[in-house]
Design a protein. Structure first.
Ligand SMILES: [Zn+2]
Length: 216
């Protein structure tokens, strides 16, 4: 088995969601004087490639530890939206054109191209394409299992962000954010065998994961 890595690297001062604290990695011991190297990390649970559990947006919703591990592994379909304009709308019509009619229990991966633009630029921070309320409702109506995107949020930090997270997470659909799509992934047979196992952080609203696709 070969694994295709869909994660973004995380490092000190890495680009991240501007409403969260900056990413900090600190070396607290090193060779040769201590005989060991150790780092501490400080950042929000929703940093780098990570999942959102319903609790992220829904009071009383399920946390990471309320969801079985199998939740995060399953067949995935890519909506190839590369070429979408900055700030472009990912709405019901676009999803309908980009995905098959039967998406039941599938993990939908929105490939916008913004994963390749990851830097502290206005384009990456503020102008990513946004899942709209109609797009979020399309996902709910099609009974998908999860939805992923190659940006720190499915809807940037625009006015629709609160509503789209509420629609998706309120329906029990989980989210995986800050993916990166290597070119090879677009030529793999569909559906993809997708894994995004989050950390074992009881009660948390989300957590880091290592998203991968199995290649036969
Ligand atoms: Zn998140």
């Amino acid at each position: 088995m070969r694994l295709l890595d869909l994660s973004q690297p995380l490092f000190d001062q890495a680009p991240n969601c501007p409403s969260h604290p900056p990413v900090r990695f600190t070396r607290i011991a090193d060779h040769p004087e201590k005989g060991w190297r150790v780092e501490t990390i400080a950042f929000a649970t929703h940093t780098g490639s990570h999942v959102d559990a319903p609790l992220h947006r829904v009071a009383g919703g399920k946390s990471l530890s309320d969801l079985p591990l199998e939740t995060w592994v399953g067949p995935a379909l890519i909506a190839d939206l590369r070429g979408i304009a900055p700030g472009g709308s990912i709405d019901a019509a676009l999803l309908g054109r980009s995905l098959p009619a039967d998406c039941a229990d599938k993990i939908i991966l929105l490939a916008t191209g913004w994963g390749d633009k990851r830097a502290k630029t206005d384009e990456w921070l503020n102008q990513s394409p946004c899942l709209t309320a109609s797009g979020a409702k399309w996902l709910v109506e099609h009974k998908v299992r999860g939805v992923g995107i190659d940006h720190y949020s499915i809807s940037n930090l625009g006015p629709q962000n609160d509503e789209t997270h509420a629609i998706v997470l309120g329906a029990g659909i989980w989210i995986v954010e800050e993916l990166r799509f290597p070119p090879e992934v677009f030529s793999l047979p569909s559906p993809l065998k997708f894994w995004a196992l989050p950390m074992n952080w009881p009660g948390c609203s989300g957590g880091f994961c290592r998203p991968v696709v199995e290649v036969d």
